[in-house]
Design a protein around this ligand. Sequence first.
Ligand code: GTP
Ligand code: MG
Length: 250
Amino acid sequence: MDSDGFEERMHELEYFHSLRLLPSAWVIIRVDGRSFSQFTKSHFEKPFDVEFHKLMVQTAAALLEELHGIYAYTESDEISVLFPPSWELFDRSLEKIVSISASIASAKFTHASQIVVSFDSRVWLGVNSSQVIDYFRWRQADATRCALNGWCYWMLRKSGETARKATKILDSETVAFKKELLFQNGINFNELPAWQHRGVGLYWEEYQKQNYNPIEEEETLVTRHRIKLQENMPIKDEHTEFLRRFLNIE
Ligand SMILES: Nc1nc2c(ncn2[C@@H]2O[C@H](COP(=O)(O)OP(=O)(O)OP(=O)(O)O)[C@@H](O)[C@H]2O)c(=O)[nH]1
Ligand SMILES: [Mg+2]
């Protein structure tokens, strides 16, 4: 069959399959729920639902575990997972990384919620650790912006505004106006649960476990790893300090 190079010509048209992530770059995969503004409307509390948040945390943990990430951050319907420059999973094949991360997220969320959902996925590359810090500061700022807009949007809708009018008001108003709007309606934005406006982080921590050794007939202490959830994310300089612990392997 392959005598005329047919097989080879067909493979050549899998044009992107040989594409690899830049060697030695930091890698972040970001998955994002597809059309979640529609699907969450009928299944979850607006603008935020703690059950939805827990599903996102479970999905982030699955990605961290299965892809061997070092840190994950989730806010709203998105999850970012960080990998060190030495990460070599799937031989750094772009197609594999993007498609498998999207399928892990879709499968995990669907299985945990019993609602069929899908996630898209993309790759971000950073040439040094300060770009990685910038990346997570950027996503945290996005969390704050989305939380403020989400709270205001539903406040305006409840007070009788149409979807179009509420969106128009939010597009043109300042942060101060939006915070004041919430305040006048009994909500202090800065006192909302931190996961809503700062997102949450997940990382590996070491712990000691008692282990019985039947040959030696004695108890020994062994070191294991488990995922730790950072519910109360630091901000500004403290956020940078917090992130540095994952970046000292460069
Ligand atoms: N009800 C509810 N919705 C949420 C919650 N967290 C996130 N969302 C929704 O998820 C949406 C995420 O925004 P986008 O990713 O920009 O919107 P999308 O509809 O998923 O669009 P695409 O990602 O482009 O497919 C928000 O606008 C919210 O509507 C939550 O806790 N409760
Ligand atoms: Mg989305």
